[in-house]
Design a protein around this ligand. Structure first.
Ligand code: IPE
Ligand code: IPE
Ligand code: MG
Length: 245
C-alpha cells in the first residue's frame, strides 16, 4: 500500500487514463467525414501529452483503438491505422526530446507489420526516458488481456514453473499487458458516454471516474486540469474505514 499512501498524501494523480471518445460525433456535428474527427483527435492527443508533461504526471494512458474497433468498416480501420502511422512517425522525435517513455498495450500481432515495427522501435528508443510514461492502448481489450494472462499462467503451470495454489494478485498483474505500470488513479472519458467499454478492467478497480460531455477533439489542458480538480475532491477509501482520530 506504499504507493497508495503516497497518492493520498500528494493528492495529485500519478496516473491518468483517458478514453478518447467522440471523434465521429465531433465531425458529424460539423458536417465533416468521421476521418476529420480522428485527425482532430490526434491533435487533441498531442495537447493532452504536453499538458500531462506540464502538470508533472508520471503516467498517461490513452485508449486509442479497442479490440472491438476492429469490427468497424474497413475504410475507418484503415484510416485509423494510417493516422497512427503518421502520428508515430511525426511525434516520436518530440516525444523522445521531452523525455517521454512510450509503451503500447494490446494485441499487437493483429496490427499491420510496419506499425508493429514502428511501435517496437519507439518503445526501444524511449525506454530509458523518465519524464512521463505514455501508454497507448492499441488493439486493446480488458477481457482479451485477461484471456492472454490466463493462457500465460496456465502454460507456466503446465510446464511446472508455477504452482496454481501460489497464484496471487501480483502474479496476475504481472501477466497483464500493463505489467510494471501503476493502476490509474483517475479515468477520464469524453463524449458524454458513461461506460468503460472494455478498458483496463482489472487496473481500474479503485480508479476515480470523471465523465466529460465534450467530444475528444475539443479536449484541452483546462479539461485535464478540471478533471484533476474533480479528482482531488473525491475521497478514496479502498473499502476500508478512516483511522479514528
Ligand atoms: C473515438 O471516437 C476514437 C476511436 C474509438 C477509435 P469514435 O470514433 O468512437 O467517435 P464516436 O464515438 O463515434 O463519436
Ligand atoms: C472506446 O470507444 C474505445 C476508444 C476510445 C478507443 P468506443 O466508441 O469504441 O466505445 P463504445 O462503442 O461507445 O462503447
Ligand atoms: Mg465512440
Amino acid at each position: 500500500m506504499d504507493s497508495t499512501q503516497a497518492w493520498i498524501e500528494r493528492g495529485r494523480p500519478a496516473h491518468v487514463a483517458i478514453i478518447m471518445d467522440g471523434n465521429g460525433r465531433w465531425a458529424r456535428s460539423r458536417g465533416l467525414p468521421r476521418s476529420a474527427g480522428h485527425s482532430r483527435g490526434a491533435e487533441a492527443l498531442r495537447r493532452a501529452v504536453r499538458a500531462a508533461l506540464e502538470l508533472g504526471l508520471d503516467c498517461l494512458t490513452v485508449f486509442a483503438f479497442s479490440s472491438e474497433n476492429w469490427y468497424r468498416p474497413a475504410r475507418e480501420v484503415d484510416g485509423l491505422m494510417g493516422l497512427l502511422r503518421h502520428y508515430l512517425k511525426g511525434e516520436i522525435g518530440e516525444l523522445h526530446g521531452n523525455g517521454v517513455r512510450l509503451r503500447f498495450i494490446g494485441a499487437r500481432e493483429r496490427l499491420p507489420a510496419d506499425i508493429i515495427s514502428l511501435i517496437d522501435e519507439s518503445e526501444a528508443r524511449t525506454r530509458d526516458n523518465g519524464q512521463l510514461t505514455l501508454v497507448v492502448a492499441l488493439s486493446y481489450g480488458g477481457r482479451q488481456e485477461f484471456v492472454a494472462a490466463a493462457r500465460r499462467l496456465a502454460a507456466a503451470a503446465a510446464a511446472g514453473r508455477l504452482d496454481p495454489d501460489k497464484i496471487d494478485e501480483d502474479q496476475v498483474a504481472a501477466a497483464l499487458f500493463t505489467a510494471g505500470l501503476p493502476d490509474p488513479d483517475l479515468v477520464i472519458r469524453t463524449s458524454g458516454e458513461r461506460r468503460i467499454s472494455n478498458f483496463l478492467l482489472w487496473q481500474t478497480a479503485y480508479s476515480e471516474l470523471v465523465f466529460l460531455d465534450k467530444f475528444w477533439p475539443d479536449f484541452d489542458k483546462s479539461d485535464l486540469e478540471a478533471a484533476i480538480l474533480e479528482y482531488q475532491k473525491r475521497q478514496r477509501r479502498y473499502g476500508v474505514l478512516e483511522e479514528a482520530g
